[in-house]
Design a protein around this ligand. Sequence first.
Ligand SMILES: N[C@@H](CCC(=O)N[C@@H](CS)C(=O)NCC(=O)O)C(=O)O
Length: 267
Amino acid sequence: MLTLYHYDRSTAAQRVRLGLEEKKIEWHSEIVDTAMGDASKRPEGFHELNPKGLIPLLVHDGFALPESTLILEYLEEAFPDNIRLTPHSPQDRARMRLWMRRIEDGIHVASRTIGVCIVNRFIYKEADKSKLEDYYKKMRDTTRKNNDQINIELGLDSPLLKPSIDAFKKLFRDMNDQLSETPWLSGKDYSIADISLVVYLTRMSSFQMAPLWHDFSYLQSWFEKIKARDAYKRAVDDWGDITADKRKVEGQAAFETIKLLWEAPPQ
Ligand SMILES: N[C@@H](CCC(=O)N[C@@H](CS)C(=O)NCC(=O)O)C(=O)O
């Protein structure tokens, strides 16, 4: 029995759902959506299973595992007879892991900064104050908490925004360079590296930011290729995004500012 605690629009959850759908593993869904600033949405005992209180969380035959990229690696090992999403050659495997490392080396934090500066700050400002206080009290990751405070307060003027935009520009350029040489990020095979990073294209596109990387043609074709897969439809499109309209409106309002940051030399 395999249960995934998740919610529709989370990038970390999308990558795990992509892994499950590509591998055609049957799973049970449990929605835990605290992203609106309501910590009470976590089921009893959730923190014992995942001390950070975040999703996704996988529970497989009583074994609980947080961290989306580790979950993808675990699925590869726990379901070796299903479709493989790990290349054979040691070099391609290493390349796959290098790409995935980028997520924990700053990209996921940068993605949250961009999200909070553009849209989540408005969602949090509309939220119930006492619930929001409780949400931050229960947030175990102090970097996340401190960054959120700055980003909610300053929005597009946050000093954290420019380095986050720089990080994405560098990531997308590096991916484009890789994809000019190989069809997939780790080499000739579609892998959990592609799955892990495509969700950031989805996220940045939800803010209507695609014109920023219009000259990264290999990256764009790769994104289109993944979006056309059945698994993407089931793992991303079908779950949707309850904040899609807000992301679109606030993304359009922020576009010129983000474009200036994108085009300015990196800090
Ligand atoms: N490193 C973690 C990050 C997980 C994470 O950031 N989860 C977010 C959604 S993408 C979350 O649980 N947000 C809910 C909240 O902030 O309350 C992973 O890759 O699983």
